[in-house]
Design a protein around this ligand. Structure first.
Ligand SMILES: [Zn+2]
Ligand SMILES: [Zn+2]
Length: 212
């Protein structure tokens, strides 16, 4: 799988481009302020991007959606329970004292596990509320292969977990999402979070101070 990640200030939120090395189809995950770099990476790999997938609708994860949509003309996917947050992205910015442009409307809401597809890859969608009501984790695997790579948004980080003090957050719900959904994946599953370095399910199971 082709995997590119970029992060820029002020939030240093990870945005991703995934691509199928055989068909050159791809997806963009959580385009934020680094959207131009993601679009350049997609072009460098000669990818035809099929969808814009959002793990959740906090402003740092969606500020580049409009530019991505304009450049690519492909559907935007989000969990329905985060659409209110998404539609209030301008007000989210005001909470942090920054200007954010309104973003184009979501085209489709995740409907169960899926899978969505790009090329020979499946994207399974797991609702993992707690950090926010409509947070999802995306499990990506090549067709016919068990081994998945996880994109978990702000649900789980290397050595930490998502904050639950923002509107719609709930600590018990977040811990349940991590234990019941993410910790069902094998220890060697690679986890890409919305911020910071990648980790694995096994490492977090053994060493994450919020979870042991
Ligand atoms: Zn968030
Ligand atoms: Zn974030």
């Amino acid at each position: 799988m082709i995997l590119e990640h970029r992060a820029v200030g002020p939030f240093f939120k990870n945005g991703f481009v995934l691509g199928c090395e055989e068909t050159r189809e791809g997806v963009i995950i959580d385009p934020g302020d680094e959207v131009e770099e993601l679009l350049a990476a997609a072009e460098q790999h000669r990818l035809s991007i099929k969808t814009i997938l959002l793990t959740h609708a906090h402003l740092d994860h969606v500020t580049g959606v409009g530019k991505a949509k304009q450049a690519l003309g492909v559907p935007i996917w989000l969990h329905q329970a985060d659409n209110i947050l998404y539609e209030h992205v301008v007000q989210q910015g005001q909470m942090f004292g920054i200007h954010v442009d309104p973003q184009p409307p979501v085209d489709a809401f995740y409907d169960g596990e899926g899978p969505l597809r790009f090329g020979r890859y499946d994207v399974r969608v797991f609702h993992t509320p707690g950090h926010c009501p409509g947070g999802v984790c995306l499990a990506v695997n090549k067709e016919g292969e068990q081994k998945a790579t996880l994109f978990v948004g702000d649900t789980l980080f290397a050595g930490s977990i998502g904050r639950t003090d923002l509107p719609g957050g709930d600590a018990d719900t977040l811990l349940r999402s991590i234990r019941d959904v993410l910790f069902r994946f094998p220890d060697d599953t690679v986890v890409w979070s919305g911020h910071g370095e990648p980790t694995t399910i096994g490492r977090e199971r053994r060493t994450n101070p919020f979870l042991i």
